[in-house]
Every structure is written in structure tokens, then in C-alpha cells.
Design a protein around this ligand. Structure first.
Ligand code: F6P
Length: 324
């Protein structure tokens, strides 16, 4: 190959810029021509594409979001959209594509590869919900952001002897909620992957805590559960009505998606970016870069998309023991 395009797709995540930087610089280091494609697959359809130099990616490693911007692109799911994207790729001389995003972005990449382009996927999402990888770019930063917020909420919950409900992101996955629940010492952790009984697992747990001498309480509510039972404010009201304990709700929202990436996210993103481009250079393609047993590996894109991922049940067990 002679030239690679890079794009970010789906929800943004801190560390995506570090990945873009690594992809671009590795390509240039190995003598390839590098292109940035803006706003996800939209840029490929609209020709929102420009050549990047090593300097185009200076001063971005510490920045959250993505300098290439991102989007979800409906048109790219159609044959017509892909044809357009393919003819533009040919016009720019792009023969391989590095896609930084989640499962939906990989499906787009896999379907697009049938048109003859070589693809490589990098896992980028704060949710850590990409089945083939133990770790996704942005997850550590998001968890640290949530942790910082929860510590602040705990200060005020302590001062007022209140219960606090904190709603965190994770529409389909409870990885953030579970880890934050443990790191922040929550009494109750509600995850989309786990059934629960409202009375037994929430109300009685809080009352039991009070009977054991607790004076403040934390409930972590994953977004995926909030969509079913109501958000943090609604749950706070129910808990207060049923326990008599003053309860407040906080929805953290998009604050979790931004901010300067942690060391871990910058290093993982950098290593993944280098690996993606070096594989392409060596003639390996249609792969997803992943973390497996703490090592950076690559998997076939179809295999990666057929995998499933569960929450860590041992962590769940720990949370039961530690929340008495
Ligand atoms: O980035 C992942 C995520 O935060 C999910 O937890 C959430 O469901 C989704 O993004 C919402 O993002 P958007 O509003 O951009 O579609």
C-alpha cells in the first residue's frame, strides 16, 4: 500500500487524538501518504479529506475529543453510499483505512472492505463494550472523570447524611458502573447485564445499611438501567419515599466523554495506532486491534464481530462483600 486514510466514528472518546497521531506518524515514518477523513464515514462520502503531515498531529496528544470529528453515518450503510465512498477513496489514492470507533464502525468497515479497500479497526469508546478487546481507548479517562465526580458527591452526601444516586454512561454495558461502584464504595450498583429486584436489591439494601450504622449511601445507576426504570432523579425520589432517607440524584452525562486522556489511554492508543499501520504496511488487513491478556493483538474482523463480552462477575461478587 501507498496511502492510508484515518477516521473516527461513533461516540468520541479521550485518547482518539493520541491514536490519530500514532497512525499518521507511523505511516509517515514508513514512507506512506496519510489522509485525515472528517466526521466519520461522512467525510469519505463527501470528500471531506485532506492530507496530513507529521506536524498536522502536533499538540493533540493531550486533547480530548477528536480533531477529525466524528459522526454516525446512515448513508454509509447503503450500497450507494459505499460506492460513493469507494470512488472518492480511489480519487484520493487511499488504499487502506484505519477506523477508530466501536462495533458499529467495524461493521461499516467490514462491509466496505468488500469493495476492495483494506481496513483496520481500533477500539475507541468510553464504554469498554467492544467484545474482542479487554480494553478500549477512553475507558480509563472516563472512569477517572466519574471517580472524581463521585468523590465530590460523597463529600456532600456525608455532610448531609444523604443517599446519592449517580447515573453514569453505558447504554448497553455496565463496565463503568461496576468499576466505579467498587472504586467509589457504592452500596448498590445497577447494571444492564444483571437482573435485580427493586425492593430487595435497592430499598432493603439501603435500609440494612442504615441498620448497620451507615449514615450515607451511594447508588450507581448505569444508563442502560435508567432507560428502563427511570433516571437518577426519579430513582432518588422513589428511594427517599420508601426509606425516609433524604436522597439526591445526579446525571453525569457528557462530562464523561470529554477531557484530557490519562496516561493509560494515551499509551494504549499510541501502541494500537503504531500496530495498525505496521500491519497494513506488512500486507495484513481486515483486522481489529485489541488488548488480550494485557498485550496488543490483532484479530480477524469477522471473528471480532462475532464475539460477546460479559461483565466481570468476580468484581460483582466483591461489590457484594464490600458494600455491607
Ligand atoms: O460513548 C458511549 C456512549 O456514551 C454510550 O454509553 C451512550 O449510550 C452513547 O455514547 C450516547 O452517545 P450519543 O448521544 O453521542 O449517541
Amino acid at each position: 500500500i501507498k496511502s492510508i486514510g484515518v477516521l473516527t466514528s461513533g461516540g468520541d472518546a479521550p485518547g482518539m487524538n493520541a491514536a490519530i497521531r500514532a497512525v499518521v506518524r507511523t505511516g509517515i515514518y514508513h514512507g506512506l501518504k496519510m489522509f485525515g477523513i472528517r466526521k466519520g464515514y461522512n467525510g469519505l462520502i463527501n470528500g471531506d479529506i485532506s492530507e496530513l503531515t507529521a506536524r498536522s498531529v502536533s499538540d493533540i496528544i493531550h486533547r480530548g475529543g477528536t480533531i477529525l470529528q466524528t459522526a454516525r453515518c446512515k448513508e454509509f450503510t447503503t450500497e450507494e453510499g459505499m460506492q460513493k465512498a469507494m470512488s472518492l477513496s480511489r480519487a484520493f489514492g487511499i488504499d487502506a483505512l484505519v477506523v477508530i470507533g466501536g462495533d458499529g464502525s467495524y461493521r461499516g468497515a467490514r462491509d466496505f472492505s468488500k469493495f476492495g479497500i483494506k481496513v483496520m479497526g481500533l477500539p475507541g469508546t468510553i464504554d469498554n463494550d467492544i467484545a474482542c478487546s479487554e480494553y478500549t481507548i477512553g475507558y480509563d479517562t472516563a472512569m477517572n472523570t466519574v471517580q472524581d465526580a463521585l468523590d465530590k458527591i460523597r463529600d456532600t452526601a456525608y455532610s448531609h447524611e444523604r443517599c446519592s444516586v449517580l447515573e453514569v454512561m453505558g447504554r448497553r454495558a455496565g463496565h463503568i458502573a461496576l468499576n466505579i461502584g467498587i472504586a467509589g464504595g457504592a452500596e448498590v450498583i445497577l447494571l444492564p447485564e444483571k437482573e435485580f429486584d427493586f425492593d430487595k436489591d435497592i430499598i432493603r439494601k439501603i435500609v440494612q445499611g442504615r441498620n448497620n450504622g451507615k449514615k450515607n449511601y451511594i447508588i450507581i445507576l448505569a444508563e442502560g438501567v435508567a432507560e428502563k426504570i427511570g433516571g437518577a432523579l426519579e430513582l432518588a425520589k422513589k428511594v427517599e419515599d420508601l426509606t425516609g432517607i433524604e436522597t439526591r440524584g445526579t446525571v453525569l452525562g457528557y462530562i464523561q466523554r470529554g477531557g484530557s486522556p490519562t496516561v493509560r489511554d494515551r499509551v494504549v492508543a499510541s501502541a494500537m495506532g503504531v500496530k495498525a499501520v505496521e500491519l497494513l504496511k506488512d500486507g495484513v488487513y481486515n483486522r481489529i486491534i485489541a488488548v488480550n491478556e494485557s498485550k496488543i493483538v490483532d484479530l480477524d474482523i469477522d471473528e471480532a464481530l462475532s464475539m460477546t463480552k460479559d461483565i466481570d462477575h468476580e468484581l460483582l461478587r466483591l461489590s457484594e462483600i464490600l458494600s455491607i
